[in-house]
Ligand binder design. Structure first.
Ligand SMILES: [Zn+2]
Length: 139
């Protein structure tokens, strides 16, 4: 797979935050946020597998989001290679996690507000989700 090719498209149903809270206890984290109060993800357990993009975090990711649900290769990706995107480009949330991605540039501590970092805004210009892009513009 070459740089720029579409790797996956996130699918599912559209939920408000309140509706998501009803399915989240059963499904766990399976959604992505696409607008202020809108999320996309599976509704039932048997839909979960097909609705996941199975992308872990990396501080040097190999895929990036375009728009809200389309993920493209940022470089050549070999068959079987793990897919990773930088969660700073898709998340506006309240978590703090440790990154063990192994990249030389690893920032060690991830937060759901990393999109606010100017270094990351420069690094990922054009690679934030439409929703995060709007938050950046509003800052
Ligand atoms: Zn990292």
């Amino acid at each position: 797979m070459d740089a720029g090719e579409i790797v996956c498209v996130k699918g599912g149903y559209i939920f408000t935050r309140a509706a998501l809270a009803e399915v989240a206890p059963v499904l766990g984290p399976a959604e992505i946020q696409i607008a202020d109060d809108l999320f996309i993800g599976p509704r039932e357990l048997d839909e979960r597998e097909g609705a996941m993009i199975f992308s872990n975090h990396s501080c040097e990711p190999n895929i990036g989001v375009q728009g809200q649900i389309v993920f493209v290769a940022l470089r050549q990706i070999l068959p079987g290679e793990e897919l990773t995107h930088d969660w700073a480009t898709t998340d506006d949330d309240e978590y703090t996690l440790e990154s063990r991605c192994g990249a030389p540039t690893c920032r060690r501590i991830l937060t759901g507000k990393d999109w606010k970092r100017q270094d990351l805004q420069r690094k990922y210009r054009g690679l934030f989700s439409w929703y995060i892009e709007r938050l950046i513009d509003a800052e």
